[in-house]
Design a protein around this ligand. Structure first.
Ligand code: N01
Length: 480
């Protein structure tokens, strides 16, 4: 009998898992989603200018391509529409349990299954749990003194207040990562005045975006071979040119030069340019890919503030030099709680051991998917599977294929549990590969936890991950 599967999350990961299960003829699965719709991060992030900086043709499932993307780099509404389309086309709606937050998942050793509890207190048993909750799903709000005293309107970039009109207002944006870089040009155009609070400059490279014209768009729609070739081209570009930046490879000087040139071209004022020039190696933090961010900072109604923030006061923000800059609106573009994998779901394995305790020094999982003592639990986009250089959809598809390969094993042999030795060997290999990257030294980033361990990123090319996850090695697990 086909195993029953609980999928947590209806973003790119959870939907892909559902699609592949159905394709294999397995219909005994439920996709639990805490929100009222599918889309995950692409449903949550609706800030003005929200878009992807990975080209459309690679930021979509390999098996669901020819849809006629309107532009090279998809914008949030188009990605969300794509995911809605996938949910419909692959008949996932009947499996979706929306507005249903999973609060706990506990392995029942006697029965060899998982008991899944939802926020409403309901419990249901499943043979397998697959998590697809993402790494960028829980907003991080900084702990700045005085934040609750602010008299104006404040919100996080991933919880945009669309009822709040920015016209004519004094707006403060805190942060200058990918989200900030995308929203700042729009906010600058709408607001009366904008202060951008930058703690650390980002490396920025241009985004060669644009609509597919009247020739290319139908060509991509009707000539699937052309689209497949374009996808390959983008994939090779990212693996061959962007990946080496991360491991101090051949293209690092080239991409560094390109970023400096981009800054020089777009910011004529040398003093402003100096404040925007990073002092750490490119790639250490996620590279910002954007062509509108720098020009927005040169507008007469925009100031870049680099003096550290001291506190939030009712009328605005006070910096360390005692200056108070007035603000009606504060936008926290301050990222996500990226190292708290699977939180706030309370996951307990054999012996009632909480996963949060196992991970107290940092999340880790064999192939980013499996943890000893947590049989039949698989993670999509789990620890060490984020990318700094390519499309996460490629990683998700590799993981889904791998998990599909596990299902016959666990059906035949009983609950499968990764051996501690398998995880040890994985960790050793990861550590060796990680030592070659720019991530550990030299900068603060969302890729690592408080103790400086890189818990989020995969240190190799996508092709390597794809190869090692092609099919499960049965001997890496114990059964029953
Ligand atoms: O978040 P971030 P994001 N005081 O963590 C600053 C993906 N994404 O939402 O660098 C002052 O990158 C922080 O400063 P510092 C993409 O993978 C993709 O922008 O820590 N500042 C930083 O500037 C991306 O990497 C797309 O010194 C504070 C910013 O807030 C990831 O999402 C689009 C602070 C946080 O930057 C996250 O991006 C958008 C404090 N206390 C996002 N705390 C695509 O196109 C934090 N900061 C696919």
């Amino acid at each position: 009998m086909a195993p029953s599967v609980a999928i947590i999350g209806a973003g790119f990961g959870g939907l892909c898992m559902g699609i592949r299960l159905r394709a294999a003829g397995i219909t005994s699965f439920t996709i639990f989603e805490k929100a009222g719709g599918v889309g995950g991060t692409w449903r949550d992030n609706t800030y003005p200018g929200a878009a992807c900086d990975v080209p459309s043709h690679l930021y979509s499932y390999s098996f669901e391509q020819a849809r006629g993307w309107t532009r090279r780099f998809p914008r949030q509404p188009e990605i969300l529409a794509y995911l809605e389309h996938c949910a419909d086309k692959y008949r996932l709606r009947r499996h979706l349990r929306l507005n249903t937050e999973v609060t706990a998942a506990a392995f029942d050793e006697e029965r060899g299954c998982w008991r899944v509890t939802t926020a409403g207190g309901q419990q249901e048993s499943f043979d397998v749990v697959v998590t697809g909750v993402g790494q960028l799903n829980r907003p991080h709000l900084p702990e700045i003194p005085g934040m609750p005293d602010f008299a104006g309107t404040a919100f996080h970039s991933a919880r945009w207040d669309h009822g709040h009109d920015l016209a004519g207002r004094r707006v403060a944006v805190i942060g200058n990562g990918s989200s900030a870089a995308q929203l700042i040009p729009r906010v600058a155009a709408a607001a009366g005045h904008l202060d951008v609070y930058q703690r650390t400059p980002s490396w920025v490279i241009p985004k060669p975006d644009g609509p597919y014209g009247p020739v290319l768009r139908p060509a991509f729609r009707w000539l699937p071979g052309l689209l497949a070739a374009d996808r390959q081209r983008i994939f090779r570009f990212m693996e061959g040119l962007i990946y080496p930046v991360i491991v101090d490879g051949w293209s690092r000087p080239l991409v560094t030069r390109r970023a400096r040139e981009h800054l020089r071209r777009q910011v004529p004022d040398p003093a402003l340019r100096a404040r925007l020039t990073p002092g750490y190696p490119i790639g250490c933090k996620r590279i910002v890919i954007d062509s509108d961010f720098y020009p927005a900072l040169t507008r007469p109604n925009v100031d870049l503030v680099t003096t550290p923030i001291a506190r939030v006061v009712p009328e605005g923000i006070e910096t360390a030099d005692g200056t108070v800059r007035a603000a009606d609106t504060i936008v926290y573009a301050t990222g996500f709680r990226t190292t708290e994998f699977l939180a706030p779901v309370e996951v307990t394995g054999r012996g009632g051991r909480p996963l949060a305790e196992v991970w107290k020094d940092g999340a880790e999982a064999y192939l980013g998917m499996a943890v000893p003592n947590f049989p039949n639990l698989f993670m999509l986009y789990g620890p060490n599977t984020n990318l700094g250089h390519s499309s996460i959809v490629l990683m998700i598809e590799s993981q889904v294929r791998y998990i599909m390969g596990c299902l016959p094993l666990l059906s035949a042999r009983g609950p499968m549990e990764v051996r501690p030795e398998s995880l040890d060997a994985w960790r050793a290999a990861l550590d060796r590969a990680m030592a070659r990257t720019v991530w550990e030294a030299g900068c603060r980033s969302w890729y690592k936890n408080a103790s400086g361990r890189v818990t989020n990123n995969w240190p190799g090319p996508v092709a390597t991950y794809r190869r090692i996850t092609r099919r499960p090695r049965p001997e890496a697990y114990t059964y029953g």
